[in-house]
Design a binder for this molecule. Structure first.
Ligand SMILES: CCCCCCCCCCCCCCCCCCCCCCCC(=O)SCCNC(=O)CCNC(=O)[C@H](O)C(C)(C)COP(=O)(O)OP(=O)(O)OC[C@H]1O[C@@H](n2cnc3c(N)ncnc32)[C@H](O)[C@@H]1OP(=O)(O)O
Ligand SMILES: NC(=O)C1=CN([C@@H]2O[C@H](COP(=O)(O)OP(=O)(O)OC[C@H]3O[C@@H](n4cnc5c(N)ncnc54)[C@H](OP(=O)(O)O)[C@@H]3O)[C@@H](O)[C@H]2O)C=CC1
Length: 523
C-alpha cells in the first residue's frame, strides 16, 4: 500500500489554479490514487460565460478524468468548487465558504498564477505576490492545516546560471512592491518595470521570485514547501502519455512547426532544453505535501523539478525529434511542409524571418486577396514572431539546478511510493516522450483524428510539388530578368547552353558508335 496515497485519505485539500494545466493533473492524480480523500476545494472564477459548475463539469467530463471515474465514481461529490477571484480582497469568497475552508482544510496546494510573460507588473504582482500573501494569511487561520505547498518556477532566479534549492533575496522587499502597486498609476509602473525586473526577462519570473520571498517571510509557523518546476510539458505516463491542453511552453511552437509556419528560430542548439513532464511535477508535489506534513522539516524546503542535471536533452535533439515525428505523423492542413532550423545570430535570424516567414505570408495573403478572401497570414506570422521573441530567452540560455532536496525526497519514499508517485526523471526516454508529446498536441490540442493521417500526407505531397514548381518558376523568372539586363549573365547562359549541347552530342556520338560496333560483332 502506498504510504502517500494513504496519507491523503480522509483529507480536505484546497487547490488554487485547479482549472489550469498543472492543477487539473494534480487533482486527477489525487483522486485516482486516494479515492477516499474527503474533499478537494477548488477556488474557481466564472470564466468565458461559464458558471463554476459548468467549468467543473467540463473538467470532469474530459478525457483526462476518464480513469478517475473508474476508481472514484463519486468524484463529482468530492469536488467542491468555491467561487473566488484571487485578484479581489479576501478572494471575494463568501463568509460561509470562507468559514468552511478555514475550519476544514488539511493541505493547501497553491498553483494559481499568471504565467503570461507580458503581463502588466500590477497584474503579475497582484496574482503572483499579493494573492500568495493573502493565501498564507488565510492558511495561518486554518487550525487543521498540515502543509502549504507553493508552486513556483525554476526560472524565478533565471538571472543566475547556477541555482540552488534556496530562496534568493530580492533587491526591493515584496511588501514595498505590493504597497507601491496600490498608489502608482499604470504609466509610472510601466516606466519603472525594466528597472525593477533588472536582468530578468519578464514580469512573470520577477513576480514569482517575489512570491517566494513572501512565502519565506510570511509563513510563520506553517509547514511550508516550494516546488520549482522548469518548463512543464505534456504528460509522460499518467493518466496516459502526451496529454496537454494549452499552448504554453513548447506546445504552441510544436504546432507552429508541424503546421509549417515556423521555419527558423533563434536558439542555442546545445543549450539544455529543461522540460519536465507535468505528471512528474505533480507526483513530486504530492510527495512534497506528504513529506512536509509528516516530517515537518524545520525550514522551508525548496524542491527543483527539473531534468537538465539528471537526464539532459538539448534543443537540437528536441527539435530534430519534433521534426521527425511531424514527418511520420503529420498535422492536417499544413501551410508549408514542416522544415525548421535554428539560427544563432541576429543577422541570420532577420534574414530567415524575411525569407521564410514574412515573404510566404505576404504571397499567401496576396493569393487570398486574389481569390476574394480576407488576408490573415501576415497577422498570424507576426503573432508567432512576437511569441517567439518572448520565449527566445529560455532557448538561448542554460541553467544548472541543484536537486539535492528532490533526490533526498526520492530516497525517503518506499519502493511502492517511488512507483506510484514516480518523479525520477532519469527514467525518461526523451525520444519516446517527445514523440508522444507531438502526438498529444495533435490529438488533444488540435483535436485531429489519427484517421486523417493519409490525407495529411497527401496534402504534404501536394505542398512539396507546389514548392518545387514555385522554386522553378522563381528561378526562371529571376534568370530571365538577369539575362535581359546583364551581359555577364548572358555569357554565363551561352556558356552553360553550349556546354550542355556539347555534352549531349558527345554522348549521342559515343552511344551510336557503341551500337555500330555491336552490330558489326554480331553480324
Ligand atoms: C535542427 C533541427 C531544428 C528544428 C527546429 C524545430 C523547432 C521545433 C520546436 C521545438 C520546440 C521549441 C520550444 C521552445 C519553447 C521554449 C519555452 C520556454 C518557456 C519557458 C517557461 C518558463 C517556465 C514558466 O514558469 S512559465 C509557464 C509558461 N508560460 C508561457 O509559456 C506563457 C507564454 N505566453 C505568453 O506569455 C503570451 O501568450 C504571449 C506573450 C506569448 C502572447 O500574448 P498575446 O496577448 O499576443 O496573445 P495571446 O492572447 O496569449 O495568444 C495569441 C495567439 O497566440 C497563441 N499562443 C499563445 N501562446 C503561445 C505559444 N506559447 N506558442 C504559440 N502560440 C501561442 C494563442 O493561442 C493565440 O492564438 P489565436 O489563434 O489568436 O487564438
Ligand atoms: N506551465 C509551465 O511551464 C510552468 C508553470 N509553473 C507554475 O505552475 C503553476 C501552474 O501553472 P499552469 O497550470 O501552467 O498555469 P495555467 O495558466 O494553466 O493555470 C493558471 C491557473 O490559475 C488560475 N487563476 C489565474 N488567475 C486567477 C484569479 N484571478 N483567480 C482565480 N484563479 C486564477 C487560472 O484560473 P482560470 O482557469 O480561471 O484562468 C488557472 O486555474 C503556476 O504557479 C506557474 O507559475 C512553473 C513552471 C513552469
Amino acid at each position: 500500500m502506498s504510504m502517500i496515497a494513504a496519507f491523503y485519505s480522509n483529507k480536505s485539500i484546497l487547490i488554487t489554479g485547479a482549472t489550469g494545466f498543472l492543477g487539473k493533473v494534480l487533482m486527477e492524480k489525487l483522486f485516482r490514487t486516494s479515492p477516499h480523500l474527503k474533499v478537494i476545494y477548488i477556488l474557481v472564477r466564472p470564466k468565458s460565460g461559464q458558471t463554476l459548475q459548468e467549468r467543473v463539469f467540463q473538467i470532469l467530463n474530459s478525457k483526462l478524468f476518464e480513469r478517475v471515474k473508474e476508481v472514484c465514481p463519486n468524484v463529482h461529490e468530492k469536488i467542491r468548487p468555491i467561487s473566488a477571484d484571487l485578484n479581489q480582497r479576501d478572494f471575494a469568497i463568501s463568509k460561509e465558504d470562507m468559514q468552511e475552508l478555514l475550519s476544514c482544510t488539511n493541505i493547501v496546494f497553491h498553483c494559481a498564477a499568471t504565467v503570461r510573460f507580458d503581463a502588466h507588473l500590477r497584474e503579475a504582482v497582484q496574482l503572483n505576490v499579493t494573492a500568495t500573501q493573502q493565501l498564507l494569511l488565510m492558511a495561518s487561520e486554518m487550525p487543521k492545516l498540515e502543509a502549504f505547498i507553493h508552486i513556483s518556477t525554476a526560472f524565478s532566479n533565471c538571472n543566475l546560471s547556477h541555482i540552488d534549492e534556496v530562496i534568493y533575496p530580492c533587491p526591493v522587499e515584496p511588501r514595498k512592491i505590493i504597497d507601491s502597486m496600490e498608489w502608482l498609476d499604470d504609466s509610472i509602473i510601466e516606466e519603472i518595470t525594466p528597472k525593477l525586473i533588472g536582468d530578468r526577462p519578464n514580469t512573470y519570473t520577477y513576480t514569482k521570485a517575489l512570491g517566494e520571498v513572501v512565502v519565506q517571510q510570511e509563513s510563520g509557523n506553517l509547514n511550508v514547501a516550494i516546488v520549482r518546476p522548469s518548463i512543464v510539458g505534456a504528460t509522460w505516463q499518467e493518466p496516459f502519455p502526451g496529454w496537454v491542453d494549452n499552448l504554453n511552453g513548447p506546445s504552441g511552437l510544436i504546432i507552429a512547426t508541424g503546421k509549417g509556419f515556423l521555419r527558423s528560430i533563434k536558439a542555442t542548439p546545445m543549450a539544455v532544453a529543461d522540460l519536465i513532464p507535468v505528471d512528474t511535477v505533480v507526483n513530486l508535489t504530492i510527495a512534497v505535501g506528504w513529506y512536509t506534513a509528516v516530517h515537518r522539516p524545520k525550514s522551508t524546503l525548496i524542491y527543483h523539478s527539473t531534468s537538465g542535471n539528471l537526464n539532459p536533452c538539448n534543443w537540437y535533439e528536441m527539435g530534430l525529434q519534433v521534426l521527425a515525428t511531424v514527418e511520420k505523423i503529420p498535422f492536417e492542413s499544413a501551410f508549408r511542409r514542416p522544415n525548421a532550423d535554428f539560427t544563432t545570430n541576429n543577422f541570420t535570424t532577420q534574414y530567415w524571418n524575411t525569407v521564410s516567414h514574412w515573404a510566404p505570408a505576404i504571397i499567401y495573403d496576396f493569393y487570398l486577396r486574389l481569390t476574394g478572401r480576407k488576408p490573415r497570414m501576415l497577422k498570424l506570422m507576426n503573432r508567432l514572431l512576437k511569441t517567439i521573441s518572448m520565449l527566445e530567452y529560455f532557448i538561448n540560455h542554460s541553467w544548472e539546478w541543484s536537486t539535492n532536496n528532490t533526490e533526498m525526497l526520492l530516497s525517503e519514499l518506499s519502493p511502492e511510493d517511488q512507483r506510484v508517485f514516480n518523479f525520477d526523471v532519469r527514467q525518461l526516454n526523451w525520444l519516446e516522450y517527445i514523440e508522444n508529446y507531438v502526438l498529444g498536441v495533435k490529438k488533444y490540442l488540435l483535436k485531429e483524428d489519427l484517421a486523417g493521417i493519409p490525407k495529411a500526407k497527401q496534402h504534404l505531397k501536394r505542398l512539396r510539388n507546389i514548392h518545387y514548381l514555385f522554386n522553378t518558376a522563381l528561378f526562371l523568372i529571376i534568370w530571365r530578368l538577369l539575362i535581359a539586363r546583364s551581359q555577364m549573365a548572358r555569357n554565363i547562359w551561352f556558356f552553360i547552353v553550349s556546354f550542355c549541347y556539347k555534352f549531349i552530342s558527345y554522348f549521342r556520338a559515343s552511344s551510336t558508335l557503341k551500337r555500330r560496333r555491336g552490330c558489326l560483332q554480331h553480324g
